[in-house]
Design a protein around this ligand. Structure first.
Ligand code: ADP
Ligand code: ZN
Length: 677
């Protein structure tokens, strides 16, 4: 239902976005009402008083009363005396200040006023002063009560209400995320989906998505369906209502969903699962309803829900928290809506998550997200292709080679690669180059891996030595033990905030690990601390990150993979956090687990120290060269340590999925050897 350029909607008279024929009036600003009210209020309160001249009791008595000029006195609200002068008196010279008064109409008074203080004493005073005066000359005192209704009303009723409303609106605005989030309170139940219309917005096509060939084939069917649904429905087939894109962040899930919309030429609603979640009860469900209503109006179209686990988490498992009713209501509504529309309507829901295991099983049943399309981190070819896509807009020097860049960026996701290309361009621009060359890309890769290179970070010579031996320890253990990933690069160039050094490994494609392999991995990870202890006789905090990983690995081996003889072939893997605070084993078992983990780590540590003591010379040599060169590559290591003893196929190993083992402390980066993953 696109808009008609002539401004004449022909099909649908209720089309929401119809252009008004009359040019729009400038918007009336409601703040003017407040301004007018304020001015009126001020005028009414202050004007009448200005008409009378303020005076004092003494002046009144001496100048006016005793001169017999006063017609009458009116005491208002028992606090103010208003003085009315006699007709012939007010023109007198001594009352010349009366001429300056602002008056509307005839001058009937009052002419002066003053605060009397106490009424009784004022009355007594008046009586005393007029003692003996003839009755005709006695000045009468009248009393009146004037209510400032408007003022009272405003102050006692309106003001608190205005303040309350103001506070309420402020809070609402905050909660709905400011003007961008539909600032008006009445929009709180509206879906927050971002709509990319086919008229111009979704320009993404499959060409922009590099790699992901299998995933593309899968979604091709959806594109085809959106283009000509008849072909499928005629044969009685049913098109899936939704597909779940499963993969780590930054691998192009959003991009792919957008490309599907772009290819099919249909509108695209994009939102995140967390957009549904609000602290008000019922809001999430109402947003889901609104989203589907909008989508049906725009059908055929695609709804993309990023991070669906925010709403789609399995229901009713977490007993400790008492369950999140609001989230469950939202999820129920989502399920209902997905059941509610017929497939031939042409609304297809794509959702992304990287934790399909925690999703509610109802979401994965047929008729909902019955397809799962897995999107993995790109392999070598994939990375080269992603590089090609993102290199296109850059001005490149001749030496830039996407294939070589791909080999250096193992383990990177598409988003990281896009980031590297951008960084490289920025680095080149900072150096005033006319094109981006390979060195800029190298710097960009280094920066993305380890944060900004800190050339001026001051590290004492002593600390540097510790770091060098620590890294060398890892490298040597990794070199001589069997079944470990070959090391690509060791660096002790400080980077980022906490990274003091790092080692980069080259993992093989491997999904199953043996007990020995895992133990060797633990040894390698312990290598840093062991080297410190052997060489310096004392240890440092630099191994904290290593120890964290080792602890996780050891507990994993004992409690998840059944790799401990005493505990036996059991697995306490708690994928859905079902157990909460209660453990599925007895206290004795818990004690045993702890003992076995300690024993395991201790065994590994002893083995590591033994190995390093044996290779002490090599360790010294490597550390010295590392101190000198700061960065060592695989061939440097081979020169120093000789050919890796257990490497049968070093040359043939695919140069893929290098993961960074950050060193020491918490230097960001991935965990290469987390068996739980
Ligand atoms: P996800 O939704 O999986 O977290 P995105 O789709 O948001 O990831 O990807 C972020 C960015 O990374 C994209 O905008 C794109 O620039 C880049 N990117 C990721 N994967 C690819 C790919 N396969 N081809 C090209 N660019 C990609
Ligand atoms: Zn370490």
């Amino acid at each position: 239902m696109s808009e008609n350029q002539q401004g004449e909607p022909q099909k649908d008279p209720f089309e929401r976005n119809r252009k008004p024929k009359v040019p729009q009036m400038p918007k009336f600003n409601y703040y003017w009402i407040y301004a007018v009210i304020a001015v009126l209020f001020i005028a009414l309160t202050f004007l009448p008083k200005n008409a009378a001249v303020k005076t004092t009791r003494i002046d009144f008595i001496n100048r006016m009363l005793l001169a017999h000029d006063v017609e009458k006195v009116v005491v208002v609200n028992k606090s103010v005396a208003e003085i009315y002068l006699k007709k012939d008196a007010k023109g007198l010279d001594k009352y010349k200040e009366l001429k300056d008064r602002r008056m509307l109409g005839e001058d009937v008074g009052p002419h002066y006023f003053f605060e009397i203080g106490d009424v009784t004493s004022f009355e007594t005073d008046m009586r005393e002063r007029q003692k003996g005066w003839p009755a005709t000359q006695q000045v009468p005192i009248e009393y009146s009560t004037q209510n400032n209704y408007l003022g009272d009303f405003l102050f006692t009723w309106m003001l608190p209400i205005i303040i309350l409303v103001g506070i309420w609106m402020f809070i609402m605005r905050r909660m709905t995320g400011g003007p961008a989030g539909g600032g008006q309170i009445f929009n709180i139940g509206k879906s927050r989906a971002q709509l990319f219309d086919k008229d111009g917005h979704v320009k993404t096509t499959f060409k922009d998505v590099a790699g992901l060939d299998e995933a593309k084939v899968e979604v091709m069917e959806i594109v085809d369906f959106l283009k000509n649904p008849k072909k499928y429905t005629n044969l009685g087939g049913k098109i899936p209502k939704g597909a779940l894109l499963v993969g780590p962040p930054g691998t192009g899930k959003t991009l792919l969903a957008k490309a599907v919309a772009g290819e099919a030429g249909v509108p695209f609603f994009s939102l995140s699962g967390s957009d549904f979640v609000e602290m008000f009860v019922g809001v999430g469900a109402s947003r889901v309803r609104d989203l589907f209503k909008q989508a049906k109006e725009k059908a055929p179209c695609i709804i993309f829900i990023d991070e669906i686990d925010a709403v789609g988490r399995a229901r009713g498992k977490n007993l400790v928290q008492g369950g999140n009713d609001e989230r469950e209501n939202t999820l129920n509504q989502l399920l209902t809506e997905m059941d509610g529309f017929a497939t031939d309507l042409g609304v297809i829901i794509l959702a992304a998550t990287n934790r399909p295991d925690i999703l509610d099983s109802a979401l994965l049943r047929p008729g909902r997200f019955d397809r799962q399309i897995s999107i993995d981190k790109p392999d070598l070819n994939g990375r080269a292709e992603i590089f090609k896509v993102h290199l296109q807009p850059l001005k490149l020097a001749a030496d830039v080679n996407p294939e070589r860049l791909a080999t250096q960026t193992a383990g990177f996701a598409g988003a990281d690669i896009a980031n590297i290309c951008n960084e490289a361009a920025l680095i080149a621009a900072r150096k005033d180059k006319s094109s981006v060359d390979m060195q800029d890309f190298q710097d960009a890769v280094d920066r993305v891996i380890g944060g900004l290179e800190k050339k001026n970070k001051i590290i004492s010579a002593e600390e540097k030595q510790i770091i060098a031996y620590h890294e060398s320890g890892h490298a040597i253990v990794g070199w001589f033990l069997e079944g470990l990933d070959p090391l690509v690069k060791v660096s002790i160039v400080p980077r980022g905030v906490a990274a003091l050094g790092y080692a980069q490994y080259l993992p093989k494609d491997q999904y199953l690990y043996t007990t020995e392999q895992l133990m060797n991995m633990m040894c390698m990870t312990l290598g840093g601390r062991a080297a410190e202890e052997i060489v310096f006789g004392r240890i440092s905090t630099g191994a904290q990150n290593d120890l964290e990983r080792i602890t996780r690995m050891a507990y994993g081996m004992v409690t998840i993979y059944g790799m401990n003889e005493r505990i036996g072939n059991v697995s306490f893997y708690d994928a859905n956090q079902e157990y909460g605070f209660t453990k599925p084993y007895s206290d004795q078992t818990a004690l045993m687990i702890d003992e076995e983990v300690r024993k395991l780590i201790e065994t590994c540590y002893l083995k590591t120290k033994e190995l390093l003591a044996e290779k002490r010379e090599k360790l010294e040599e490597l550390a010295q060269i590392l101190l000198e060169k700061e960065i060592l590559f695989q061939h440097d290591l081979q020169e120093i340590l000789g050919v890796r003893p257990h490497d049968k196929v070093l040359e043939a190993a695919p140069a893929e999925v290098v993961e960074v083992i950050a060193e020491p402390a918490s230097e960001g980066s991935q965990e290469a050897e987390n068996p739980e993953a």
